[in-house]
Design a protein around this ligand. Structure first.
Ligand SMILES: [Zn+2]
Length: 300
């Protein structure tokens, strides 16, 4: 009855969001300071788990009539998990920025995460893992697709564009850091934020950051860079709606609707304004976990 009124696709999406909420709530119950290793295991499970869930659910939704459901699910979840593992390694590589004090290492993370996110997306579409590849830089998505004989395509990302415009109001465009990282970077003396005294902030797929003279600049840059990679964490859910006229309008195929970012917005709702509680949010926790490689405290 519930399935009938909601529609199977929406029901699956709600289950998926519910799983994330339950995980967040369990995490928030912990009062102790976990070890670095225990946090690492959770961050690992989070990345691989999200890839497997999106790949598996998407593959089932896009299952061909002649396919056995359990084979389709296994393939989607397997390829999605592999993509999630690559995403984990790509985010992990942001520590090279902190350790070597060199923004250019961001490209390792950018390229790696593009491979991982492409694999999760292919899994969710129930296609071969190599069927399409893409890279998103600020408000632009470059992609090649087997359906189009791997002809390069450029698409606009509307929510990322809004983020770049918002970032541009906060600082001065910095060509050097933009080229070095493959992400639009704006430099400002004071970066506003809920916690005050913030030195960096990610606006969807763009970054505003205080100058390189600030202590911990590279660690903060790496932290914000992880946020820009997280922008694509839920990219595959677009393919939960293969018949949606808005997402699949052929006249607007120069736009890639990055509505998947709404899931990040959903998770951000659970960030406490109190800085001590900030790391109860997986989005913030994994950003600092990767950028600084240290155990982060949890609270109530
Ligand atoms: Zn952050």
């Amino acid at each position: 009855m519930l399935l009938g009124s909601l529609g199977r696709t929406k029901f699956r999406l709600i289950c998926f969001l519910g799983c994330i909420l339950v995980c967040q709530a369990i995490e928030a119950q912990q009062h102790h300071i976990p070890t670095f290793e225990s946090q690492r295991n959770k961050v690992f499970a989070y990345n691989v788990g999200i890839g497997a869930a999106i790949g598996g659910i998407g593959a089932l939704i896009n299952k061909k009539p002649n396919e056995k459901w359990w084979k389709t699910l296994a393939k989607g979840a397997g390829v999605g998990a592999a993509g999630g593992f690559i995403n984990y390694q790509a985010k992990n590589a942001t520590f090279l920025i902190t350790k070597n004090e060199e923004v250019g290492y961001a490209w390792i993370s950018k390229l790696g995460h593009s491979v991982g996110a492409s694999m999760v997306e292919n899994a969710a579409m129930n296609r071969d893992f190599w069927a399409s590849w893409h890279i998103s830089m600020g408000p632009v998505r470059f992609q090649i697709d087997r359906q189009n004989k791997y002809r390069p395509e450029v698409k606009l990302l509307p929510i990322a564009l809004a983020g770049t415009i918002a970032a541009a109001t906060q600082g001065k465009f910095d060509l050097k850091y933009t080229f070095a990282s493959g992400t639009p970077v704006f430099v400002s003396d004071s970066v506003g934020g809920a916690n005050g005294g913030k030195l960096g902030r990610a606006f969807v797929n763009s970054i505003v950051i205080a100058p390189a003279t600030v202590e911990d600049f590279y660690g903060i840059f790496a932290h914000e860079y992880v946020h820009t990679l997280q922008y694509e964490s839920f990219l595959g859910i677009n393919h939960f709606y293969p018949k949606n006229k808005f997402l699949n309008n052929p006249k607007l195929n120069w736009i890639y609707w990055d509505t998947y970012f709404a899931v990040n917005g959903f998770l951000f709702l659970f960030i406490d304004d109190d800085i001590r509680c900030k790391y109860n949010s997986m989005i913030e926790r994994e950003a600092s976990h990767f950028a600084f490689r240290e155990a982060l405290p949890l609270c109530k």
